[in-house]
Write a protein that binds this ligand. Structure first.
Ligand SMILES: [Zn+2]
Length: 265
């Protein structure tokens, strides 16, 4: 744990808020740290799901394509696994709500998340790309349509796409599976316009997500991180806000609100 002295000072929060106010186009990039604060275990590391259950196969997508019927049978059989339990009960935390508020204020234009837990949506985020998919959704790998899992009939496996009869798969992106092109295009588009990126709950080392933040920096933009620990991203960040995102992001958004009001008056 970061000790108390390392927690983001008010001065640093205000410095970050000022940069956000001065920016033209702010995007966000979030990762597993935000989910962990909502009680969802990480995949890797101590207590991680993969540490416990083993890493999924690196060619998971190819395995799915080779035998989609079996993949669906496995999915149905594993629905009551511990893997799914925390996702079912997790609620958005103050960090998720702070980012949704920043969007509602017209400040945060777009959010890219690596999380599949649906919590940004539940917090009210609407300009959102779930780059690794959403665990509650099913996606047609042919036409790209998404459906709520409970709306898909499972009489025949694999179930056909209600729109095009194509092959349906969990929306969560498997190893070996390309990022869905519609999601990737949105990320590329917004990242190209951004002059400031807020990186929260991620060390931003997993590509392609990390690339969107680094691209903003390489173009001369500003990077702000809200992370519990120092990581690879820290050395390229202009302002590092140390602490849980559920604590740091609400402070940051409150400071943005205060500065805006002060400038308007
Ligand atoms: Zn389809």
């Amino acid at each position: 744990m970061a000790n108390k002295d390392e927690r983001a000072s008010d001065a640093r929060v205000i410095a970050a808020a000022r940069a956000i106010i001065d920016a033209d186009y702010v995007i966000g990039l979030t990762g597993a740290g935000m989910s962990v604060e909502s009680g969802i275990p990480p995949f890797r590391g101590p207590g991680g799901l993969w540490t416990k259950y083993g890493e999924p196969p690196m060619n998971g997508y190819q395995i799915f394509l080779a035998d989609p019927k079996k993949a669906w049978e496995d999915r149905i059989r594993r629905q009551n696994d511990e893997l799914w339990g925390p996702l079912r009960v997790a609620q958005p935390n103050p960090g998720h709500r702070a980012l949704a508020e920043l969007e509602a204020m017209g400040v945060l234009r777009f959010l890219i998340t690596q999380n599949v837990d649906d919590l940004h949506r539940q917090a009210g985020q609407s300009a959102l790309a779930e780059i690794h998919g959403n665990w509650k959704l099913i996606r047609c790998i042919e036409c790209g349509a998404r459906f709520r899992a409970e709306d898909i009939r499972l009489e025949t496996l694999p179930p056909p796409c209600p729109k095009c009869a194509g092959l349906l798969k969990s929306d969560t992106v498997a190893f070996g599976e390309p990022i869905p092109p519609d999601v990737l295009a949105q990320c590329v588009d917004h990242a190209a316009r951004a002059d400031l990126a807020i990186v929260a709950g991620t060390s931003a080392t997993v590509y392609p997500a990390a690339g969107f933040a680094l691209e903003v920096k390489q173009r001369g933009g500003i990077l702000i991180e809200a992370n519990l620990y120092e990581s690879e991203i820290t050395r390229v960040c202009d302002v590092s806000l140390r602490g849980p995102t559920g604590e740091v992001l609400p402070r940051l958004v409150a400071a943005v609100g205060d500065l805006r009001r002060a400038r308007l008056s």
